[in-house]
Design a protein around this ligand. Sequence first.
Ligand SMILES: NC(=O)c1ccc[n+]([C@@H]2O[C@H](COP(=O)([O-])OP(=O)(O)OC[C@H]3O[C@@H](n4cnc5c(N)ncnc54)[C@H](OP(=O)(O)O)[C@@H]3O)[C@@H](O)[C@H]2O)c1
Length: 430
Amino acid sequence: MGEPLRIGIAGLGTVGAAVLKLLEHNGALLAARAGRSLQVVAVSARDRARDRGVALHEVRWYDDALALAADPEVELVVELIGGADGVALELCRATLGAGKSVVTANKALLAHHGAELAALAEANGATIGFEAAVAGGIPIVKTLREALAGNRISRVYGILNGTCNYILTTMRETGRSFDAVLAEAQELGYAEADPSFDIDGIDTAHKLALLAALAFGCPPNFASVYTEGIRHVSPLDIAFASEMGYRIKLLGVARVTDHGLEQRVHPSMVRIGTPISQVDGVFNAVVAEGDQVDGTLYSGRGAGGGPTASAVVADIADFAKGARPPVFTVPSAALRALPAAPMEHHYGAYYFRLMVLDKPGVLADVAACLRDHEVSIESVIQRSRSLHEPVPIVFTAHETTEANMTGALARIARLEAVLEPPRMIRIETL
Ligand SMILES: NC(=O)c1ccc[n+]([C@@H]2O[C@H](COP(=O)([O-])OP(=O)(O)OC[C@H]3O[C@@H](n4cnc5c(N)ncnc54)[C@H](OP(=O)(O)O)[C@@H]3O)[C@@H](O)[C@H]2O)c1
């Protein structure tokens, strides 16, 4: 058995406390697997008096998290404070600058500063483990970096936010509105008091930028992720989707196209029966498509203390065994920025719904707008008929460009018989 690995942990909240418990509970197993014991020697959080559910009397406590970077006994700093900037960023810079490695669950930090921190790590002979930053307990970072190393990845996509997946699943199962289900999710602790990061797609976009960096060997480029959340998804659209053989999921999708790197986060319709369509509730899933393996799916719990700690501890154990992989699959000097493919070039199929006054000629007017923008219709459903009452008409369109589709819908929105802005949902070809 080698020398113990001496660890400092910053942040003892949901994830930090779970990591401490896991290290304690599975300590002997981990020591056997890593060839040395994993020993927490110092911690930092804001409130010293708070009960973390684990004994802390034998570890040093720092009110200032940056002291962990300077502590000569600490070999590895585990950053579990959170936030794209502030203390988390300062701590990572100080730790890497001191030649020590970092393990973090912080996707916001890496989506914004990943390239800088990876270069700093390499310049100082250190590394950054971030398995927990993408899809919690699903080991997708290691999979992309190591297990799929022999593949050219063509597309990576997934359900990366459990809160959104829970809301969409519950809306479908109960027929209730977005607002009602969100309020319930907040009561149950599945959604934050301020849920905007989750429901507006930002959290998914952070994770997608990291997946794209791993898959395509580019620096994380969060700024160019097209991001649309789930606030506007209605029970009516979910019901129509089911009727037409689809589920609505918030997907993050990254692929390289003729126009550059396409990174997009938005509600997507996926065919019922595809593996990703069956991932419900708080579960996450990632699909990586490689030229040798074709499609591979990984699913599991994307958040929560236990699953996230599982990923954090896997990185700690790897470090203890001497692994120092390049942060984003290739050395930072070899990372190549890819041009961002503008969303108007996105090419795909579409669903859209209009609320119209059911008057003669409406469909002909709509068809004329679609024809003028080279959008061809695959199917139309108009269920109810009621003169002088708004009725929904839903369409699916064959593959076309986003520019054509949005151009047509902008014109359709101006038709007198169209009573509300059209609702459009992209159909993902899987
Ligand atoms: N929760 C999840 O399921 C999950 C899943 C995947 C990734 N993550 C990521 O994991 C990270 C931590 O998330 P979490 O849910 O564990 O957050 P959390 O429960 O809010 O815990 C944050 C911890 O950071 C401490 N802290 C805040 N400011 C600090 C400062 N200036 N110096 C030292 N400590 C400070 C807090 O101290 P006090 O306790 O004293 O207030 C708290 O212990 C985030 O990056 C998050 O995105 C979380």
